[in-house]
Design a protein around this ligand. Structure first.
Ligand code: NDP
Length: 447
């Protein structure tokens, strides 16, 4: 059985209760984790609060040495490099015998809550800048995917990070989430997950004026203009939609095609969906798309597709579960493409977190941008065109934290990433990724 990590110790739940972690490809139990409760939340936050003063005042060089010694490679290296380069400013004041300084101080005890779709990356996006900034951390991974996270945290911790600096607590978010978010000793919550969960966390955080960064849901639009390279654009669309079985925050979730290239694009993307995305157990040779995460997750995507079809959408590829014995126990779904999807259907207005792509046809760029922006979400976006004027207009007007031009949605460590609108706020990655873990303090020195 996996454990939690509290105050430098690997521990089980006091109640002895556990949660089963299952393989979505066949439903088999992989391992169990302790089912933590409010008392473990309290122990972890207390440990992080106790460890904070010493960790925060350790020199950046020493903090960097701890972080570098671990293996969640790029992210750790990127932020470890900042730990000894945090600096403030000297500010001349109008008063001649005084001057001002700004210092950057760690925000304090951080609660990091992560989802299941990229358990390690999304953990690293929070833990690495937090530790580099001098914060201490209590991490709660998703209950369905805690194993790799727990292992990685134990490895990071094994390099000698002082007890209490980095802690994990497992347990259902619906049960222990409130205790984590509302704990009076927590100074900041770094959350990635659904928009509805984020809204609840933001409300609760208001009680203690706890800082939050929220990386929430998305429904990224892709615009394909009449001058686009259709071969490259369809290849990118297929990866952008079917990678990780469509379970990615940044993903091509709505496609807007100029009329002139619409038929050619739809024929090609449907072809790719049928031929290039073999479904199966992700551990098998030749498989490109594994199962969805849970039965509930697949049912949700299927009901979104059914809603579109009921309202007149046509299925160009997929639209159903693959048939055969090997698929009976997993939560599989074929790579799916739909056209004539109504703009008020669930696929257009909600986040589709699975391998199903709705396609819409637009008159021109203004029409495309207006429709792309007609969403409560604003995470990523993309445009395919050879016309720099169109590309620039899209980059300026698309309401999103990221716009890719003739490229696929890869988030770079060097560039800040985060949403607008109901996709949340606050940045991860980039130098800006540190900002959420630091507070600027002004100092006046009279001499
Ligand atoms: P959830 O919001 O359901 O869960 C995310 C995390 O929050 C889990 O650890 C969960 O625990 C926990 N949680 C659940 N309820 C509460 C609560 N009341 N209080 C505190 N914590 C709680 O999201 P999903 O796991 O379903 O993740 C998918 C979503 O994440 C999608 O909407 C996706 O777009 C978004 N996402 C956003 C990204 C971004 O950077 N913007 C990146 C990746 C995903 P438990 O597992 O125990 O329920």
């Amino acid at each position: 059985m996996a454990t939690m990590l509290i105050d430098g110790q690997t521990v089980g739940a006091q109640t002895g209760k556990t949660i089963e972690v299952r393989n979505p490809a066949n439903g088999e139990i992989v391992d169990t984790i302790p089912k933590g409760s409010a008392s473990e939340v309290d122990a972890a936050v207390e440990a992080a609060a106790k460890a904070l003063p010493a960790w925060a005042s350790l020199s950046g060089t020493k903090r960097a040495a701890f972080i570098e010694a671990t293996r969640v490679a790029e992210n750790l290296e990127f932020f470890a490099g900042f730990a000894d380069k945090l600096r403030g400013d000297y500010v001349p004041l109008e008063d001649q015998n005084k001057f001002g300084l700004t210092m950057r101080r760690p925000v304090g005890v951080v609660v990091a809550i992560t989802p299941w779709n990229f358990p390690l990356t999304l953990m690293a996006n929070k833990v690495c800048p937090a530790l580099a900034a001098g914060c201490t951390v209590v991490l709660k991974p998703a209950s369905t995917t805690p194993l790799a996270t727990q292992k990685t945290i134990e490895i990071i911790n094994s390099v000698g990070i002082p007890a209490g600096v980095l802690n994990t607590v497992h347990g259902p978010g619906a049960e222990i989430g409130d205790a984590l978010v509302s704990h009076p000793k927590v100074n900041k919550i770094a959350f990635t997950g659904q928009t509805e969960t984020g809204k609840r966390i933001m409300k609760l955080a208001a009680e203690n004026v706890t800082r939050v960064t929220l990386e929430l849901g998305g429904s990224d639009p892709m615009i394909v203009c009449d001058d686009a390279d259709i071969r490259r654009a369809t290849a990118a669309t297929a990866i952008g939609r079917f990678f990780n079985a469509g379970q990615a925050c940044l993903a091509v979730k709505r496609v807007y095609l100029f009329e002139q290239i619409a038929e050619e694009f739809m024929t090609k993307i449907a072809d790719r969906a049928r031929k290039e995305w073999p479904v199966g157990d992700g551990l098998k040779e030749g498989v490109k798309m594994g199962p969805l995460h849970t039965e509930r997750q697949r049912a949700e995507v299927e009901s979104q597709v059914a809603d579109a079809v009921k309202r007149g959408a046509k299925v160009l590829a997929g639209g159903k579960r693959p048939e055969g014995k090997e698929f009976e126990k997993g939560w599989y779904m074929e790579a799916t493409v739909l056209r004539d999807v109504p703009e008020d259907s669930r696929m257009a207005t909600e986040e589709v977190f699975g391998p199903a792509l709705p396609i819409f046809i637009v008159k021109d760029l203004d029409d495309a941008i207006a429709k792309a922006n007609a969403s409560v979400y604003g995470l990523g976006s993309s445009i395919w065109t050879k016309d720099l004027a169109k590309a620039r207009k899209a980059a300026e007007l698309l309401e999103a934290g990221y716009t890719w031009i003739n490229d696929i949605q890869v988030a770079y460590d060097q560039l800040p990433f985060g949403g607008t609108k109901q996709s949340g706020f606050g940045k991860e990655h980039g130098i800006e990724g540190l900002d959420g873990y630091l507070e600027k303090k002004s100092v006046v020195l009279a001499y």
